[in-house]
Design a protein. Structure first.
Length: 176
């Protein structure tokens, strides 16, 4: 085989490889679009189901409507209250995640190393995870109210946060 024919054959192989790579890229791109489309469909179906269930099958005392949550969010955005309080919220959320994560790691290591402690605290940890979300919201909103009052902040801020948490956790019927 001459060098020329080897070069032609090598070029054909290179072209075939490029076509295969192009097909693989196209299939990967199509798969990505399909995955994102399915994700959006699941999100849409989930939100639609949530909207239909809340208020009709399950009382809004237990589950709020996504439309009510979005209306409240829009109200906070359009009034400027959300933007005004966003830096403090981000700071406190980051601090809470950091402190909570650090404590969880330390306690997890401690409970793993000292078997007796792990056995003693296991039922409490399991019980904590079984608290329903409505109960969790009630606990959180009581703690937030207490914290604002302790810090001497204005009652207006505490009331705003209390109302928002009550709206999100329990639904609008709880205000009537």
């Amino acid at each position: 085989m001459s060098k020329l024919s080897e070069g032609v054959a090598g070029g054909e192989m290179l072209a075939d490889n490029l076509v295969l790579q192009s097909d693989a890229k196209r299939r990967l791109s199509q798969r990505r679009w399909a995955v994102w489309g399915l994700r959006l469909a699941v999100l849409g179906i989930g939100l639609a189901g949530w909207q239909l269930i809340s208020g009709s099958l399950i009382s809004t005392f237990f589950i709020s409507r996504p439309s009510d949550v979005m209306n409240e969010l829009w109200s906070l955005i359009s009034s400027g209250v959300l933007l005004q309080n966003l830096p403090v919220t981000i700071e406190e959320a980051a601090a809470g995640y950091f402190i909570g994560g650090l404590l969880a790691i330390l306690l997890g290591v401690l409970f793993g190393r000292v078997r007796l402690l792990g056995e003693v605290f296991e039922p409490f940890v399991v019980a904590f995870f079984s608290i329903p979300k409505a109960g969790d919201c009630a606990i959180n909103h009581s703690l937030v109210r207490y914290r604002f009052q302790l810090q001497g902040r204005t009652r207006g801020a505490a009331d705003l946060l209390h109302d928002f948490l009550e709206h999100v956790c329990r639904g609008p019927e709880s205000r009537h």
